[in-house]
Ligand binder design. Sequence first.
Ligand code: APR
Length: 279
Amino acid sequence: MQRPLYERVTVVEGDITEQHTDAIVNAANESLLGGSGVDGAIHRAAGPGLLRECRRLGGCQTGDAKITAGYNLPARFVIHAVGPVWQGGTHGEDDLLASCYTRALGLAEANGIKTIAFPAISTGAYGFPLPRAAVIAVRTVLSFLSRSDSIEQVIFVCHGKRAFDLYVDAIRELAGEYTTPAGPGVYFSKKRGNRQEVLREQVRAQLGTIEEVWGVRFVDKEHLARIIMVRCGDRWGADSVTAGLNSWVAVLGKRGDIEVPPGVLDRILDETLQRFSHR
Ligand code: APR
């Protein structure tokens, strides 16, 4: 039985880079190559691997969103949404802002993401009036959650008390009620986090062994560990993927820095997941 809508949305004051949700949403620009505000904070916290992956995405249209890994962030994924620049409200800004939330939630659903944190997209450098943006954000998210059971929790992460109050008022207005979360600030599903973290540590250790045995260094080790953890989800699958990587490194016959091409990793993952799909 699905929980009431107002329980599936939470408002916190804080820093989106500290949220331990499955995904956090970036208030990006069309280049996806970083910026200031939320964009700058996320890239700083995630590290250089994020920009490397963003470079491969070829930008993003206003109103749309694209997904990457979270790298050094607590969140496993970053969903980069490009909000509209406010031009007085007569250039489709409301619809473009709503589209950011719908596209981001659609990507989250498609990637099995259960908890996701949003900043107040477009309300900083892009100048969108905060009260108007808060209502659009809450209305769009509640509408999506009313049609989909897959996403368990949406966190609106606000900078400052004014934004916090506006989002709480919008939820009360649109969902009829608002329940304050058990603890303020960071939303963290400890049980899920520990299991995931243990698996990620195990994968990191296995990658470290491969590096020692073959005298190599995976330049994207964090990213590799995260993708393997997310795609496999358990130790059998992870063991099999790192064994496949070990064979690939052995055949490669190189030493020093190596980067696993995405196609190679996808092939090993697909082969593993097929082998384990009957389990
Ligand atoms: N955590 C949560 N909220 C934040 C954080 C943070 N670390 N930093 C800023 N904010 C808030 C701001 O106070 C604002 O309310 O997020 C909202 C969005 O502000 P911006 O980051 O300026 O985003 P936006 O208005 O969408 O402008 C996007 O700015 O940084 C550039 O590259 C970005 O060109 C793009 C533009």
